[in-house]
Design a protein around this ligand. Structure first.
Ligand code: TPP
Ligand code: MG
Length: 794
């Protein structure tokens, strides 16, 4: 009876599959065989990379056979039973080879790729969206992030459903397959809290609960605590502690005592006994509970191997238990499956506390091969060790799976971006104010662009000037939320009503969540077929708090616009912890992110129009704008000749005369000081140039690519920095200045071989007003003049 119900509910109710798995027994048998194949192929892939492939560098190749074997049953049951085409999975990084093995069985991964596992151009160590040839829904690697990102993708999916861009029926489950040590990562709990606030749904996290981390076995004290934490946050917790065999045995005379013994067995003891095997289990159980006649009889009914198999028959290795658990959670409630497992299950490494990086030696893998009946030379055969009939049947089974029917990721249309945005007209303004104004204009414009922008901020919506956009477009929530203050007619500049059509996703102060949400929003196009244009604002210094999550988003080639504001010493009265110093270097050093630090509103308008286009282009990237609340006098332009250069990273705000022997190069909010110093020096140095560097990042990248091109045969024209600086005479002097790390600009001296006097901040800030701070940290006009003088003193 169960089998019928199961098949009706199953995504595999196609005729072929029904014929193949006409009974639950068939389904279980197929999944069991697939589990074995996954365990073998993942082990062999790692073995090949470490022991068979020639090595040139003496370095460890690595791979995690024990972490893989821990999850093979979970992944077999998930991928070939529970998964639907619309579901997306983040795979525990160290189970990457299992994912490759799954696609190998499906004929979607080549042997060549597996043979080059962890080699150049081969299957990646950890699943990678951008580098792997198989479909990967989420990259993983930095533990914890791949888990939490699924919650945010579920929120993005809800956003698209609410905005009519995705049918409710097309909504999938966002699934994380996670290691238990990932539960130690703080970002998991930040995400749980945010998920609860947003009424998270359609999310499954499956914990491979092997109670081992990298270093050792994990703390017994956490037993049941995870249930409490997740249930408090609205999750259903399903614990898969025992497999079918264990549950059946517990019902036999003496079984209750055995169950209780397991219940109280410390993690480390359980792991050690697992490693030692059947005889050790028997000795220990006999010593602890063997004085009870029924227990003695029960133990006596198992041979040593059988006893070892019984004791490790945990829920996460029992396909039947797994499919029942997955089948029981068919609504949209977020669900945590705690699947008890043994790290290294079915391998000689099982349970050893050092098995994380442990690997089977050649004779051990040979033993496993023989045990599985795989003929020598057949190691790569997808169904090696199985008879022809079984192989054909299993191939048909996997070919009929939802995974096999999963289509390639959709290509989303580009959202048209106006050629330019109106420049806010105020003669004196800050880049942050201009940013808010430009976004407000977009919100009011009725352009398609405005409908696709989604804004978010970690509790700094108002102080980063997103308020105008939010007032226009509202907050997003699946359930409407009234603005109590507005209803009560209490005056407030900020409307805070939430509804399904809202376009701002409110977040608490957790920058890791902020970056993970940006990463998820920025993957809406490939994940769900609708492009969203995420705009996230954060205080510039607190970018550092979410740096790994930012890196994670960029690594997946997610596309968003990040605005760090306010920044630098211009947060004067806020004090040293709020004054960002090294973010210009983060902007330069982060792949997948192009950073700009505009000084004037018209530069910002130009760069924003470019950015909304750039984040949509296949060869584009995410964009980071470092802005400021410092209102400065805007410059008047004679023409728009500066624009093209500004988009390349810099332009001459004051063109040097031919053969000039010096220039000042600045970025961002120190423009007034740079201009004043230029003016003051003009009498003595009439040829002096003033270079406005809008993007140290672009200038540097272009320059180093040009250098590299010479050796890689991809010739490219002289870099923009070279073109700009060759306006000066060879050996000229350069004063560089920005409100941040001086290293962001001082490298410019190397471009054509110039002497440099670098100014910037390289120590913690403090409270003060801006004149005091700029004087103290030597960013004022006098400092620039002194730095220029220094160039000529020697
Ligand atoms: C953020 C981060 N810190 C450290 C590591 C190194 N590391 C890799 S796996 C691991 C422990 C994994 O344990 P668990 O999640 O339980 O997975 P298992 O291999 O036991 O299944 C650690 C510390 C990492 N990948 N990411
Ligand atoms: Mg573990």
């Amino acid at each position: 009876m169960f089998a019928r119900t199961h098949l009706l509910n199953s995504p595999y109710s196609g005729t072929m599959e029904t014929a193949l798995a006409s009974s639950r027994q068939d389904l279980v048998a197929s999944l069991d065989l697939i589990e074995t194949r996954l365990r073998w192929l993942s082990s062999w892939t790692i073995h090949n990379a470490n022991h068979l492939r020639p090595k040139r560098d003496g370095l460890k190749v690595g791979g995690h056979q024990a972490s893989c074997a821990s999850m093979t049953a979970i992944m077999a049951a998930l991928y070939f039973h529970a998964l639907r085409p619309q579901d997306k999975v983040a795979v525990k990084p160290h189970a990457g080879p299992v994912l490759h093995a799954i696609h190998y069985l499906l004929g979607q991964q080549s042997r060549d790729q597996l043979e080059r596992f962890r080699g150049l151009g081969g299957a990646q160590s950890y699943p990678s969206r951008t580098k792997d040839s198989i479909p990967v829904d989420f990259s993983t690697g930095s533990v914890g992030l791949g888990v939490a990102v699924t919650a945010f993708s579920s929120l993005v999916q809800d956003y698209l459903v609410a905005h009519g861009k995705l049918a409710e029926t097309a909504a999938g489950r966002m699934i994380a397959l996670m290691g238990d040590a990932e539960l130690d990562e703080g970002n998991i709990y930040e995400c749980l809290i945010e998920g609860y606030k947003h009424d998270l749904r359609n999310c499954w996290w499956v914990v491979d609960y092997n109670r081992q981390s990298l270093d050792a076995t994990t703390a017994d004290r956490m037993f049941r605590r995870f249930d409490d934490i997740f249930e408090t946050c609205g999750w259903r917790v399903i614990t898969l502690k025992h497999g079918k065999l264990q549950r059946a045995t517990f019902k036999r005379p003496g079984g209750k005592a055995l169950e209780e013994w397991i219940e109280h067995c410390p993690n480390a003891d359980f792991a050690a006994l697992t490693y030692q095997g059947g005889a050790a289990w028997r000795a220990r159980l006999t010593a602890d509970i063997g004085d009870r006649p029924q227990v003695a009889k029960l133990l006596g009914s198992f041979a040593d191997d059988g006893l070892a198999a019984l004791m490790t028959n945990l829920g996460g290795h029992c396909v039947e238990t797994l499919i029942d658990a997955f089948d029981s959670a068919q609504d949209d409630r977020p669900t945590l499956f705690i699947a008890y497992t043994v790290k290294g299950y079915g391998l000689p490494l099982a349970g050893h506390k050092d098995n994380h990086s442990g690997m089977m030696n050649p004779s051990q893998i040979e033993g496993l091969r023989a045990h599985l009946g795989i003929a020598e030379g057949d190691e790569w055969a997808p169904w090696g060790g199985l008879g022809d009939n079984a192989a054909t049947r299993l191939q048909a089974f996997v070919d009929a799976s939802a995974l096999a029917r999963k289509t390639a990721e959709p290509q989303a249309d580009m959202v048209p971006v106006p050629a330019r945005f109106a420049v806010p007209p105020e003669p004196k303004q800050s880049t942050q104010a201009a940013f808010g104004r430009i976004l407000l204009d977009i919100a009011k414009s009725g352009e398609p662009l405005g409908d696709r922008i989604v804004t978010t901020a970690p509790d700094v919506t108002q102080t980063t000037n997103l308020g105008g956009f939010v007032n226009q477009r509202g907050l997003f929530r699946r359930q409407e939320l009234a603005d109590v203050f507005h209803k009560a007619k209490i005056p407030s500049a900020q409307k805070w009503a939430a509804h399904r059509a809202g376009q701002h996703i409110e977040l608490g102060i957790a920058e890791s969540n902020f970056f993970l949400l940006l990463a998820s929003l920025g993957l809406a196009a490939p994940h769900f077929g609708t492009r969203l244009l995420p705009v996230g604002t954060v205080y510039d210094p607190f970018i550092a708090r979410g740096l790994d999550a930012l890196n994670y988003g960029c690594y997946q080639d997610s596309r968003f616009l990040l605005v760090g504001t306010p920044s630098g010493l211009t947060l004067a009265a806020e004090g040293g912890a709020h004054q960002s110093i090294n973010t210009p270097l983060i902007g330069m050093g982060q792949p997948g992110l192009t950073s700009y630090e505009p000084a004037f509103a018209d530069e910002l308008a130009l760069i924003m129009a470019h950015a909304f286009d750039h984040i949509q282009r296949p060869d584009g990237s995410s964009v980071y704008l470092r802005l400021s609340t410092r209102a400065i006098d805007q410059v008047t332009r004679e023409n728009d000749g500066w624009e093209a250069d500004a988009l390349k990273g810099g332009y001459w705000l004051r063109q040097p005369a031919p053969g000039a022997e010096a220039a000042i190069a600045f970025s961002g909010a120190v423009a007034p000081e740079a201009l004043a110093a230029w003016q003051a020096l003009a009498d003595d140095l009439p040829a002096l140039g003033l270079l406005n560097v809008t993007s140290p990042d672009l200038l540097h990248r272009d320059w180093s690519a040009r250098r590299a091109a010479r050796w890689t045969g991809n010739r490219r024209p002289p870099s923009h920095a070279e073109k700009l600086l060759c306006a000066l005479r060879p050996g000229a002097g350069l004063v560089t200045v920005l409100d941040g790390s001086p290293a962001a600009l001082s490298w410019l001296g190397g471009v054509t071989g110039m002497r440099v006097s670098p100014l910037g901040t390289d120590r913690f800030g403090q409270t003060g007003d801006l004149p005091d701070l700029y004087r103290t940290y030597r960013l004022d006009e006098d400092a620039i003049i002194d730095a220029a003088a220094e160039l000529f003193l020697d």
